[in-house]
Write a new protein. Structure first.
Length: 310
C-alpha cells in the first residue's frame, strides 16, 4: 500500500492555487496535464489513479522516453502507421489496445534498464523497480518498442529482475542474491550494477519466495529468484488500473487445454485474437520473460480484488 508520505500536501495546494488562478484569469483552456497526485498514469493526456506510487517522465527523477530517439522506426502512436497521422483519442485507444506484455528487464534495476533501452533505441511504457516504484516513460497513447508484432496493440512493462537461467548458467543469480545474517535470502545488487537510485531505499530487499524457483519455458529448464513483495503489490494495482483504462485487456493469461498457464508461444491460431496479460515468451520463442518465478494468479486475483473495491 502506498505511503502517505509519497503524496506531498504541497502538490494538492499547488493544484488549488493553479485552479484559482485559471478561474480568475478567465482562461477557458485548461492545461493538458493537471498537477500530478503521485499515483496516476497518463493515457492520451488523461490521468487514471492506481493507488500506488507512479513517477512519470515529467517529474524529477523520472525516466523520459521522449528523450530517446527510436532506432530506425521513428515515433508513432498506437493504432497509427505514421507519425504525421492524427493522434488517437482515448475512446479510439480503448477499442484498440488489448494486451499487457510482462517482461523482466534482465538488468536488475530500473535505472540500468532505462540506460540499456536508450542505447538500443528501444522503449517501454513502464519500468517497475525492486522497491515497488512504477516509472511511466511515455503517454500510453504512444507505441513503445518492446514486443515485436504486438507493439501496436499493447502496453509494456519491464519489471526489475536479473532474470531466469539454465541451472548450469546460474552464476549471475549468486552475484545478486545472498543469504543474510538471519538466513533469509537478500537482494544485494553488485557494485558493478552502479547506483540503484531507489526512491525507497531499503525496500525491495528480498524476493517474495526465499529459494530459487525452478520451472520450464519453451521446454527449457530454468531457475529464477522471485520478484519482490513490493513489485507484486504495485503490479496488482497497475494491472487493475490498466483494465479500467483499457477494458479490452482481460484479466487472464494464456492457458493450455487443461486451463494451466501456457509456457510456450501462443499458437498462431490464437495469437491474433488473444486479449489480456501476456508474457514476452508467449509472443516470441527466443524470450523467457517474465520467467518461471512470476506468480500469474497472485497478480490476477489481486487485480480483481482491487476492482471490486471501486
Amino acid at each position: 500500500m502506498a505511503s502517505a508520505s509519497w503524496f506531498p500536501n504541497n502538490r494538492v495546494l499547488l493544484a488549488v492555487i493553479l485552479g484559482a488562478f485559471v478561474a480568475l484569469s478567465g482562461c477557458r483552456t485548461p492545461p493538458v496535464y493537471a498537477a500530478p497526485a503521485g499515483d496516476e498514469i497518463i493515457v492520451a493526456g488523461k490521468r487514471f489513479s492506481t493507488g500506488t506510487r507512479v513517477v512519470t517522465w515529467r517529474e524529477p527523477g523520472g525516466y523520459n522516453g521522449y528523450a530517446v530517439k527510436p532506432a530506425a522506426h521513428g515515433r508513432r502512436t498506437l493504432g497509427r502507421t505514421k507519425a504525421t497521422e492524427r493522434t488517437p483519442t482515448l475512446p479510439e485507444l480503448q477499442k484498440h489496445v488489448d494486451r499487457f506484455v510482462l517482461h523482466y528487464d534482465a538488468a536488475g534495476l530500473s535505472r540500468a534498464c532505462f540506460e540499456i533501452l536508450k542505447k538500443r533505441g528501444l522503449s517501454v511504457h513502464f519500468l517497475l523497480d525492486v522497491d515497488g516504484t512504477i516509472y511511466q516513460t511515455l503517454d500510453l497513447q504512444e507505441r513503445a518498442w518492446h514486443a515485436g508484432a504486438s507493439n501496436d496493440r499493447s502496453i509494456g512493462i519491464e519489471i526489475a529482475n536479473i532474470g531466469a537461467y539454465a541451472p548450469v548458467d546460474a552464476k549471475t543469480l549468486g552475484a545478486w542474491y545472498r543469504l543474510g545474517p538471519a538466513g533469509q535470502t537478500r537482494l544485494v545488487p553488485p557494485a558493478s550494477a552502479g547506483d540503484p537510485r531507489l526512491l525507497r531505499p531499503g525496500a525491495g530487499s528480498r524476493p517474495q519466495r526465499p529459494d530459487p524457483v525452478k520451472g520450464r519455458i519453451h521446454e527449457r529448464d530454468l531457475v529464477q529468484y522471485d520478484f519482490t513483495p513490493e513489485q507484486y503489490a504495485a503490479l496488482i494495482k497497475l494491472t487493475a488500473a490498466l483494465h479500467r483504462a483499457f477494458p479490452r485487456i482481460r484479466l487472464d493469461y494464456p492457458r493450455d487445454r487443461s486451463g494451466r498457464l501456457l509456457t510456450t508461444r501462443l499458437p498462431e491460431s490464437q495469437l491474433d485474437d488473444y486479449r489480456g496479460l501476456v508474457g514476452h515468451f508467449h509472443l516470441q520463442t527466443d524470450k523467457l520473460d517474465p520467467g518461471p518465478a512470476f506468480q500469474w494468479d497472485a497478480v490476477l486475483n489481486g487485480a480483481k480484488r482491487e476492482l471490486e473495491k471501486k
